[in-house]
Design a protein around this ligand. Structure first.
Ligand SMILES: Nc1ncnc2c1ncn2[C@@H]1O[C@H](COP(=O)(O)OP(=O)(O)OP(=O)(O)O)[C@@H](O)[C@H]1O
Ligand SMILES: [Mg+2]
Length: 353
């Protein structure tokens, strides 16, 4: 689904903006602190309820205001998505009907982001890579949402039982093992689904390197999850939490057979993160038959011009609706101005098309 119209109110330095978007490529150009990233953030917020830059709503609300608003009309089905959010209030509206869950918006809008902290996908905590896998599964695997909610609920219940020294915690173990196995199998299947895309994109962006992605389940894979839970039962009881299971899963990344986070430069990490996100969007298109939305904030940071151009080519190949930011008078802005795209000039929070 692509966004046709975007409306933003009281988000950071933008008091009001109404944009008619391009189905394919949208370029946001301006000086430092003009409000370029804020426009990209608005789209991320509309999908996930939070921005790639902060989890704190109070940072997002324009100074002196109580709430911000982001609304969009999607291009093909005219679906209308809206969110209004303040310190103690969130209102989610889909087609003029209030909804309780953020997932009502995320279902309609699949947004991926490449930003100056994307290297954290490589050197950050395993939770970053689980979030990457779970984004893909949320959108392409129908049963994922239910299985993941169920798993988290049973895990919480078991952890509470362990903490309250409730000796009957065994009743959670079998269910945890069964739902955990389903969740883990979905993730493994997803990794094999995107592997071909990962290799294709790697050949283009990092042809001289060998790159491998191996899913680690979160327990000793020679054992079933139930066996692993049983084996660690006493220790879990002493510590008050469940030490084995998909909550510890990781996607291990190897560059020429060494774990990437140990040896990669910042630029190499960014390239790998780009390869992962581009491959994921291709996998998304293959299953959904419609493109995702990709936000690219400040592509030029830490990448050579040659690399930026390679990534741009692959970006356009994904068929996604793309939003890119560039500084006024930058080489990237020059390259982008050659492309068929809608260009938005931002100055002190005011946007001119
Ligand atoms: N809550 C807020 N209320 C008002 N203004 C804010 C708020 N949060 C941030 N700003 C301001 O909004 C402006 C836009 O920031 P943004 O990060 O979008 O700029 P940018 O164009 O991406 O800049 P850069 O090129 O430096 O990345 C900045 O001047 C910032 O100080
Ligand atoms: Mg910015």
């Amino acid at each position: 689904m692509f966004i046709d119209k975007l409306s933003v109110k009281n988000l950071r330095n933008i008091s009001q903006a109404d944009l008619q978007l391009n189905k394919k490529t949208n370029i946001v150009i301006g000086e430092n602190a003009a409000g370029k990233t804020t426009i990209l953030e608005s789209i991320d917020i509309l999908s996930r309820g939070k921005s790639f830059r902060t989890n704190k709503t109070e940072n997002l609300v324009r100074k002196g205001q109580e709430t911000f608003y982001v609304g969009a009309t999607l291009g093909n089905n005219k679906k209308k998505l809206e969110i209004e959010k303040g310190r103690s209030k969130t209102r989610i509206v889909v087609d003029n009907k209030e909804e309780k869950k953020q997932s009502a918006l995320a279902e309609g809008l699949a947004v991926q982001t490449i930003h100056p902290h994307s290297h954290l996908l490589i050197e950050g905590a395993p939770s970053e890579r689980r979030a990457f896998l779970d984004w893909g599964l949320f959108h392409v695997e129908q049963e994922f949402r239910e299985v993941s909610l169920r798993y988290n609920k049973v895990l919480r219940q078991r952890n509470e039982a362990l903490r309250s020294m409730d000796k009957i915690d065994d009743r959670w173990m079998e269910e945890l093992a069964s739902v955990g196995k389903d969740l883990s199998e979905m993730r493994e299947k997803y990794v094999s689904h995107i592997k071909a895309f990962l290799d294709q994109t790697r050949q283009y962006i990092m042809p001289e390197y060998d790159l491998n992605f191996i899913y680690y389940k979160g327990w000793d894979d020679k054992k079933s999850l139930l066996e692993a839970l049983q084996e660690k039962k006493e220790r879990d009881f002493e510590r008050g939490y469940t030490s084995q299971g998909p909550q510890n899963a990781d996607l291990k990344i190897f560059l020429n057979e060494t774990e990437a986070h140990r040896i990669c430069s910042r630029g190499q990490q960014k390239l790998i993160a780009n390869i992962m996100l581009l491959s994921q969007s291709k996998g998304f298109f293959e299953v959904k038959k419609y493109p995702s939305i990709i936000l690219v904030d400040d592509l030029s940071a830490e990448l050579t011009l040659e690399m930026q151009e390679k990534i741009l080519e692959r970006l356009f190949e994904t068929k996604s609706q793309i939003f890119l930011t560039a500084l006024n008078d930058s080489v990237l802005a020059d390259i982008l101005s050659e492309m068929e795209a809608s260009v938005f000039h931002v100055e002190h929070g005011e946007i001119v098309q």
